[in-house]
Design a protein around this ligand. Structure first.
Ligand SMILES: NC(=O)c1ccc[n+]([C@@H]2O[C@H](COP(=O)([O-])OP(=O)(O)OC[C@H]3O[C@@H](n4cnc5c(N)ncnc54)[C@H](OP(=O)(O)O)[C@@H]3O)[C@@H](O)[C@H]2O)c1
Length: 305
């Protein structure tokens, strides 16, 4: 039987440069902490600098290793994504790991500043643009990795290419929108791996999911008193954010990981457990959908690569 993969197996990350989006909270925070503890230089990318600095201070209370740079990115604004990428390029010539982690779930129906449905805009389109804008930095680091954080919710997702943003009369269902965005994370991961291979780029693209982890992700469910209670009970039964972050951390730094792989918890129905190689659903491996998504994402964001 394979030995459980834990933080102890992470090699030294001295000299590595890693970006974690949404690094101030939940799984992103745990990832930043794990990378810093192994000596990496980590860019904690967040939309609220105050929260980012607070998270950095907390991390440095438990470790004196690594370097953390807090930098601003709001994935709901392409201008902000471009500003982040420019600021990053001014400071760093290369990038070893881009962890596209930030996300929202079950939000009401609203639009990003560029007019995208909020969950698709934040969880997929913002990260698609960020990846394209940082391609040269990834290329400058042989063996660099892009890690996209998906979810078990991709199983209920469907790519509705005729109406990606719920604008043509179909009723907005928030978990359908979330499922679509998390399926998009996987389609993008696998298409990005094919793109790297086709263009002889020495980088790999991997996906991961945390099963069910106790973070602030479900806060939109908690707006009514009853749902707050239900959510509190559900959160109590979930694994910790530190455990839930292990699959994405493994995808980012385990030397044995290969491009196009997907990591998730190895326990009951992938809801909890130590990280192992898993399979996503058949829809996520649909090459035509992956190409359609890439083309539409390039068109919508104006980032072509
Ligand atoms: N927790 C789970 O059980 C679970 C299950 C499956 C998948 N996931 C995935 O795991 C990832 C991390 O979520 P989490 O569970 O750690 O939740 P979380 O604690 O709510 O963290 C989400 C992070 O994303 C950031 N974020 C949200 N919108 C953003 C935007 N427009 N621009 C920049 N950053 C933004 C948040 O920033 P603020 O602090 O400013 O809000 C926060 O740092 C998400 O992609 C989620 O879909 C989680």
């Amino acid at each position: 039987m394979e030995k459980h993969w834990t933080l102890e197996q992470i090699p030294s990350l001295e000299g590595k440069i890693i970006i974690v989006t949404g690094g101030n909270s939940g799984l992103g925070y745990e990832s930043v902490r794990a990378f810093a503890q192994k000596g990496a230089r980590v860019v904690l990318a967040c939309r609220n600098l105050e929260k980012g600095e607070k998270a950095k201070d907390e991390i440095f209370r438990s470790t004196s290793k690594g370097i953390i740079d807090v930098m601003k990115i709001d994935l709901m604004s392409l201008d902000s994504v471009r500003n982040f990428a420019s600021a990053f390029k001014e400071k760093f010539e290369r990038l070893d790991v881009l962890m596209n982690n930030a996300g929202i779930m079950a939000t009401p129906n609203f639009k990003t500043s560029d007019g995208f449905e909020a969950q698709l805009g934040t969880n997929h389109l913002g990260h698609f643009a960020l990846t394209g804008l940082l391609l040269n930095q990834l290329k400058a680091s042989p063996g660099s990795r892009v890690v996209n954080v998906s979810s078990l919710a991709h199983n209920s997702g469907k790519m509705n290419f005729d109406d990606l943003m719920f604008e043509k009369g179909r009723k907005f269902k928030t978990m359908q929108a979330y499922g679509q965005s998390k399926l998009a994370n996987l389609l993008f991961t696998y298409e990005l791996q094919r793109y790297f291979e086709k263009n002889n780029i020495n980088s790999i693209s991997i996906a991961a999911h945390p099963g069910g982890s106790n973070t602030r992700l479900a806060s939109h469910f908690e707006e009514s008193g009853f749902m707050k209670m239900v959510s509190k009970i559900a959160r109590g039964a979930m694994q910790s954010a530190a455990k839930g972050a292990l699959p994405q951390i493994r995808a980012a730094v385990d030397p044995g990981v290969k491009g196009g792989e997907y990591y998730g918890p190895g326990g009951f129905m992938q809801v909890f457990g130590f990280p192992v190689l898993v399979k996503s659903n058949a829809a996520s491996y649909n090459i035509e959908d992956a190409q359609n998504l890439w083309n539409v994402s390039a068109q919508l964001t104006g980032v072509n690569f």
